[in-house]
Design a protein around this ligand. Structure first.
Ligand SMILES: [Zn+2]
Length: 690
């Protein structure tokens, strides 16, 4: 879910922003782990030359950040990268073994893993093929003669995982969590979101010019002459700008009610008379449904307008671009290089392409993630670790329950409902009960590009197969080897994969509770649980349905308190002179603040807290807060941060570390923070929600 929105839906509320890997460190890990103990573990992170009263982020993490600059291949570098780096090394070994296994039965997961790896690592073969395997798709676009053919082709492209014109996804119906529904959302843009088409600052203006150059160059690589390529790029930009103009802003996608518009197929067809949705959906292999959920009806009005106003040639050009852009990084060679030049270097500031094996493993994680996950947890998530983190999850829940009981701002009826919801939150820890069956996914050792195209089709089919079937509440949307976690309001569940609990470079049994409570209970378990009660999650009831269960008085009080955190983060500068978007990031900031508070009270019950005994020169309380910082450890290129401010619902990592704790008295007590210190926040400005 590096596309951390898993589409921009209300359903997938993802936890951790950070994203990275540590190059040299990983190999020595296993041996180094033996000499690392709780006593010296934090020494690699903490910069004791910085006062925690001035800058807690630099104090807690500065030493590691200085010693581990962002590698030229990366947009950012931090905790998730270090964990991911270990995972890569483990998964490479599994892949090499599978590739060498000549006895793997055709169609088995072992054969698929081995062949995916073999085809993916054949860089020269991949470059030589380029887009040749997709020639029939390009020919199909070229052969479009009329609007009917255009729509059939768009439907087909949606089926193979290219998403021109809009974004579809199949998830639970927000107002009836016992059924799946097809959602139709705004989409179809080449730049990260609508703001890029309109913002007038100099960087945005530069990016638009560079984007047009990039699209032009892609058309040249596809065989157009320079003049034709430039015309085509201008047409693409014009059409995308029309769609962007009708697209909602990041913060406006957060309102689950406003982004829920159930419609019959006749009703959506009335908005877009040119598209007869029943036929259109059949062409994308979706049959047997009578209704859809439309996220943004005004966007589809614009789709209709653009279908009328833009020529067939413009639409065909746009489809050609969308097809090429979707698979450019899998087409290898010059396409891959040009794609990286714009999206990697110009947009995100990354000088060098990442090592090929990591990119192949990332793709494999998307298409065969559960096959790898099965092998991964067998070897790397011990029953003991599962037990520790299951127990920790229970403790965090108990703490949340106490918090709700003692809230001074919530009335009894709403408290009762909140406790009822809490009692029914499903905890998924480590790995799923059952694994996805890839038997209908064909993988060969001859074409990396086509393995990925077929992987997309497999995923489309997987989604379509859910329609009109009972909801599978045991499903996981991320793999156990993923450093991430989520709360899913429709299932009222928190999902905590094995990898999210890994503290890199130390054996789990060695590390003390204080660090674990800050790190795993705070940034992850408490954070995800609080998403069930943030500005979005609180609108869903215990059955996972979008339904009001708050008294008006309590809802108003919640909104007032949430406004406090919106203001706190609006006041922060993210990068240059750009402020954080407090409104768009409020759900994550509420989850961070709730997570650390709940985890703190759970930690207070441990023997370690009660003992007050220092380890490595830090009190239990100090170690807890440093553990919290570790969970958000990340440094980031300014270019990438600028992208994230516009597209990410998480605040920058340094503010996720310092923002929430400045609302907490125990943090002040732990480090002796007083009025006048930079980390001090006046009593009346502090935010408390959960
Ligand atoms: Zn989150």
């Amino acid at each position: 879910m590096r596309n951390i929105f898993l589409a921009a839906t209300a359903l997938a509320l993802v936890s951790l922003p950070c994203n990275a890997k540590s190059p040299a460190a990983a190999k020595d890990k296993e041996s180094a782990a033996k000499s690392v103990t709780a006593e010296n573990y934090l020494d690699q992170f903490v910069d004791r030359s910085v006062s925690p009263r001035d800058d807690f982020f630099q104090f807690a993490l500065g030493k590691w950040l200085k010693a581990h600059p962002i590698p030229p291949t990366e947009r950012s570098w931090g905790i998730s990268n270090v964990v991911q780096e270990e995972t890569y090394n483990r998964v490479v070994a599994l892949n090499k073994a599978a590739a060498a296994d000549k006895s793997a039965a055709p169609g088995s997961n072992q054969q698929k893993i081995g062949d995916f790896w073999t085809a993916g690592m054949d860089e020269a073969g991949n470059a030589k093929q380029g887009f040749t395997p997709l020639a029939p798709e390009f020919e199909r676009i070229a052969a479009i003669k009329d609007q009917r053919g255009l729509l059939e082709t768009i439907a087909h492209l949606q089926y193979i995982g290219v998403h021109p014109m809009y974004s579809p996804f199949i998830e639970q119906d927000e107002k009836n969590s016992d059924r799946y529904a097809l959602h139709l959302y705004q989409g179809g843009l080449g730049l990260p979101n609508r703001d890029y088409y309109f913002d007038t600052d100099s960087r945005s203006t530069m990016l638009r010019a560079e984007y047009v150059k990039h699209v032009t160059q892609m058309f040249v690589l596809l065989g157009d002459d320079a003049a034709r390529a430039a015309e085509n790029a201008a047409a693409v930009m014009r059409l995308e700008t029309e769609l962007a103009g009708a697209s909602r802003k990041l913060e406006d996608l957060r309102d689950p009610q406003k982004n829920y518009n159930a419609m019959s197929l006749d009703e959506i067809t009335a908005i877009t008379p040119t598209i007869r949705w029943r036929e259109f959906l059949e062409a994308s292999h979706v049959t047997g449904i009578d209704s859809v959920i439309v996220g943004q009806p005004e966007f589809f009005k614009q789709v209709e307008a653009s279908l009328g106003s833009e020529s067939l040639d413009t639409w065909k050009t746009y489809l050609r671009w969308q097809l090429a852009a979707s698979f450019a990084d899998k087409a290898g060679g010059k396409f891959d290089a040009e794609n990286f030049h714009f999206f990697g270097t110009i947009l995100n500031g990354t000088p060098k392409q990442r090592e090929r094996f990591k990119r192949v493993l990332d793709a494999e994680g998307r298409y065969l993630g559960d096959a790898l996950g099965q092998l991964y947890v067998q070897q790397y998530f011990s029953p003991k670790a599962k037990e520790r983190y299951t127990k920790l999850t229970d403790e965090v829940f108990a703490s949340m329950s106490e918090h709700i009981h003692t809230l001074d701002w919530m009335t009894a009826p709403t408290k009762e409902r909140a406790l009822g919801k809490l009692a029914t939150v499903v905890k998924k820890v480590g790995y799923p009960e059952h694994w996805r069956d890839y038997s209908s996914y064909t993988v060969t050792n001859t074409s990396y590009l086509m393995n990925c195209v077929r992987g997309n089709i497999w995923q489309t089919e997987y989604g379509i197969a859910k329609l009109n079937k009972p909801v599978d509440r045991t499903e996981w949307f991320i793999t156990p080897q993923t450093y991430n976690a989520y709360y899913n309001p429709s299932n009222n569940e928190i999902v905590l994969p094995a990898a999210i609990f890994i503290l890199p470079g130390i054996d789990d049994a060695q590390i003390d509770d204080a660090v674990v409570y800050g790190y795993a209970a705070g940034t992850t378990i408490g954070h995800e649980l609080t998403h069930g009660f943030d500005d979005q999650g609180r609108q869903f009831d215990e059955r996972g349905n979008l339904k009001e269960w708050w008294t008006k008085e309590d809802a108003d009080e919640f909104t007032k308190r949430a406004a406090g955190i919106v203001k706190q983060f609006n006041d922060y500068i993210a990068v240059g002179d750009t402020h954080v978007n407090g409104k768009a990031t409020q759900g994550e900031n509420i989850a961070d603040l709730g997570g650390i508070n709940i985890a703190w009270d759970a930690f207070k019950k441990t023997d370690q807290y009660k003992s007050g005994k220092t380890i490595g020169g830090f009190t239990p309380a100090q170690r807890d807060f440093i553990g919290w910082a570790l969970g958000c450890m990340n440094q980031i290129r300014p270019e990438n941060l600028a992208v994230r401010v516009k597209t990410d619902v998480h605040a920058p990592s340094f503010l996720r570390v310092t923002g929430p704790v400045t609302n907490m008295v125990p943090f002040y007590d732990a480090f002796g923070i007083k009025p006048g210190d930079k980390m001090y926040r006046a009593d009346d400005a502090r935010v408390k929600i959960w």
